[in-house]
Design a protein around this ligand. Structure first.
Ligand code: GRF
Length: 224
């Protein structure tokens, strides 16, 4: 099997990156060849190095408003490692439309909400404030609009009555760690196509499920 050469872009903790590195055994369709951070102090760099994955740092602060220069430096690192697909994993810089266009169809992100609800920051606090009963995470292809690209996969978690921002974030993060490696594998294996702006998954093991929260009594669910 020809594996797609994968770069993971991070800015911090790197727990999604770690989940993908753990999933990327020899039969996984993507081979992590680079972990790239825009911050030298990102904790995820140490995790990647410990696993023997090459790391690189392009300090965004050093480019102060020069986004083209910052991205040119990133492109140089990506080219040096022969990168074919990119997974954003807590990467906290907005990419230019030019960068996104160059990597169109090969650039994927995870966002901690059920998009299109709660794009942007502070998603868990906003979900609690809105009183939603289901929250979760979304893996999507990246387009020029922030958190707007075609949705590949979503995982829902219940919002419990006594949840805090921290407890809800932890529940969503556990779902992220299961969802992201699966969604990324479909992209790497060429099992996602975009039709009319929507992602279609052609993978054989794709099994949609539904969720209800709160779950009504069985009698109320019956269609008899
Ligand atoms: C995750 O919640 C992800 O959805 C968001 O940023 C966070 C990154 O966490 N894009 P980690 O660095 O993967 O632990």
């Amino acid at each position: 099997m020809k594996r797609a050469r994968l770069a993971l872009l991070i800015s911090g903790r790197g727990s999604n990156m770690a989940a993908i590195l753990a999933a990327a055994r020899p039969d996984y369709p993507a081979e992590p060849v680079l972990v790239l951070s825009n911050r030298g102090d990102a904790a995820g760099l140490g995790i990647a190095a410990a696993r023997g994955v090459p790391i690189a740092v392009v300090e965004s602060r050093a480019f102060k408003g020069d986004r083209a220069g910052f991205e040119a430096a990133m492109e140089a690192a990506l080219a040096k490692h022969g990168v074919e697909i990119i997974a954003l994993a807590g990467f906290m810089r907005v990419l230019t439309p030019e960068f996104v266009h160059r990597w169109e169809g090969r650039l994927i992100n995870i966002h901690p909400s059920l998009l299109p609800a709660f794009p942007g920051l502070d998603t868990h606090a906003r979900a609690l404030a809105a009183g939603v009963r289901l929250h979760g995470c979304t893996v999507h292809l990246v387009t020029a609009g922030v958190d707007e690209g075609p949705i590949i996969a979503q995982a829902a978690v219940p919002v419990l009555p006594d949840d805090t921002e921290a407890s809800l974030a932890a529940r969503v993060l556990a779902a992220e760690h299961r969802l992201y490696p699966a969604a990324l594998s479909w992209l790497a294996a060429g099992q996602i196509k975009v039709e009319a702006g929507r992602a279609v998954i052609t993978a054989a093991e794709y099994a949609p499920e539904s969720l209800l929260n709160p779950l009504p009594r069985a009698a109320l669910l019956s269609t008899q």
